[in-house]
Design a protein around this ligand. Structure first.
Ligand code: NAD
Length: 490
């Protein structure tokens, strides 16, 4: 596959009315591959005019799309899933080139998850229904669920295709049309996926804007014809979106950051827990996961054994060129993010109370000398109040905190502004459930971690967001409004 030709063809386009089109905006943003700092494309920095044109197209398309039967919409979604599957390898390679995610451990698996997401929502098409309310014998009261209209969807770069699917599939099956604003760091993969779906979806049902957050993203949220916004990204971005949406009084769903605790009790199955701590920290995605298990609470009785086992496993992980099959861990998304992570590591190294262990193998490869690679990093000797334990690093850095007292560890686990995910490892179910009831997180797992599947209600508490996604209830709540109808039968 000629990735160079593909990126050149996608360059300088938005996706509008079923095809790649030139934007109104003359300004562009460079797409730099984090593999080697090479410029691989430019994307439009869409302005208000682009937002107007794109939203207008989605508004036009929505009238007929809402009139299309639910079964037909479901069948179209399924076809989209299949079409993307046919292009799976191309999409995976493009994603690795653009985002630095390792092809064998990340990009292929992400592309594979999309068909499942489309299938799941296609299967829910007949569940978009109201209810009857027996409140008066002379009145038939019923509700119906109807689409909002044009949905504005804004996504980050860390899992661009999965999040694209999680946003557009439920929005489309419920009869909305979608304007999706891709992240400037992961635009090309999203554009190519839209182009593939564009052969199946009616024109204007899905449009893609490219550009930045405060400019293009905010302009989309502020557009008077955007009736609902679903946003995944940072807390700061989410707050901004929430404020802008409030000024228009439109509903929003926010899926934001995290600093998730992973608590190991002394009776835990250590081999499984070590394995899941590594998977849960998403080292294969360079730690760039909202639910990364970035605070590891180890009971003092198993502290040394656990750490030793973890280091043995991590030492086998290979960091290198994302497009090479042997690579487990690719590159950090951008120079900005790379420097931010290095700053946290430097802060830890400068603190005499902390120990910093960088582990794993950086594969020798001259072609990636200008890329952004960081080894898995373990910080020990740290306490939960330290800035490194409180801030989302979004890199391969895990804080390891020892504990002895259950009351204390649960308090510390909850002591961050976030509340996305958590894990408890113990063989005693009463201990586990006691902890689950106390943990202030939207998604808690016992003796496992990182099970993301279509059908679960994913979403955080506190600063980690507002609302859930990826479930039937959240589809109804996020993408439909309820209309009450009263019929007098006297
Ligand atoms: P970001 O907030 O910088 O950007 C996310 C998206 O929002 C991008 O498309 C960006 O252009 C846009 N944006 C930014 N500011 C905006 C604004 N003021 N108005 C409108 N749009 C705006 O986040 P990022 O760096 O791309 O992604 C990393 C963050 O995403 C992390 O905090 C991570 O935890 C979070 N995340 C959360 C989930 C979840 O499901 N909870 C999943 C993945 C990532």
């Amino acid at each position: 596959m000629d990735l160079q030709k593909l990126t050149a063809r996608l360059s300088n386009h938005i996706f509008l009315d079923g095809e790649l089109k030139s934007p109104c905006a003359a300004e562009t943003l460079a797409v730099i591959s984090p593999i080697d700092s090479q410029r691989i494309a430019t994307i439009p920095l869409c302005n208000n005019e682009d937002v107007n044109v794109v939203v207008e197209s989605s508004k036009r398309a929505q009238i007929e799309w809402a009139q299309t039967s639910n079964q037909k919409r479901a069948s179209i979604l399924k076809q989209c899933g299949l079409a993307l599957k046919e292009h799976a390898e191309e999409l995976a390679q493009l994603m690795s080139l653009e985002t630095g995610k390792a092809i064998s451990t990340e990009s292929r698996l992400e592309v594979k998850s999309i068909e499942e997401i489309f299938d799941y929502y296609a299967g829910l098409a007949l569940e978009i229904k109201g209810e009857t309310i027996p409140f008066d014998p002379n009145v038939v009261a019923l509700t119906m669920r109807e689409p909002f209209g044009v949905v504005g969807a804004i996504i980050p770069w860390n899992v661009p295709l999965m999040l694209m699917a999680v946003k557009i599939a439920p929005a489309l099956v419920t009869g909305n049309t979608v304007v999706l604003k891709a992240s400037p760091e992961a635009t090309l993969t999203v554009l190519r996926a839209a182009e593939i779906m564009g052969k199946i979806l009616p024109k204007g049902v899905l449009n893609i804007l490219t550009g930045d957050g405060p400019g293009t993203g905010a302009s989309l949220v502020n557009h008077s014809d955007v009736a609902k916004v679903t946003f995944t990204g940072s807390v700061e971005g989410g707050i901004d979106v929430y404020k802008n949406a409030a000024a228009k009084l439109i509903p929003v769903t926010l899926e934001l950051g995290g600093k998730s605790p992973f608590i190991i009790y002394p009776d835990a199955d250590l081999d499984r827990a070590v394995n899941d701590a590594i998977i849960g920290m998403r080292f294969t995605r360079q730690g760039q996961s909202c639910s990364a298990a970035s605070r590891l609470f180890l009971h003092t009785k198993i502290y040394d054994t656990f750490l030793e086992k973890m280091k043995i496993q991590l030492a086998k992980m290979k960091v290198g060129h994302p497009l090479k099959e042997e690579t487990d861990i690719g590159s950090i998304i951008s120079k900005k993010q790379y420097l931010k992570i290095l700053d946290f590591i430097k802060l830890a190294k400068e603190d005499p109370n902390l120990d910093v262990c960088e582990i794993g193998k950086l594969l020798e490869d001259i072609s990636i000398k200008d890329g952004f690679y960081i080894l898995p990093t373990l910080i020990t000797g740290i306490t939960n109040t330290h800035a490194i334990c409180q801030k989302e690093i979004f890199g391969p850095v895990v804080c390891i905190i020892s504990w002895q007292d259950e009351e204390e560890v649960l308090k510390e686990a909850n002591d961050t502004k976030y509340g996305l995910a958590a894990a408890v490892w113990t063989k005693d179910i009463t201990t586990a459930l006691r902890a689950v009831k106390r943990l202030d997180a939207g998604f808690v797992q016992i003796n496992q971690y990182n099970m993301f599947k279509a059908g679960i209600a994913f979403g955080g508490f506190k600063s980690s967001g507002l609302g859930k996604e990826a479930s039937k209830n959240s589809m109804i709540e996020n993408f439909t409004r309820e209309k009450l109808i009263l019929i007098n039968i006297m």
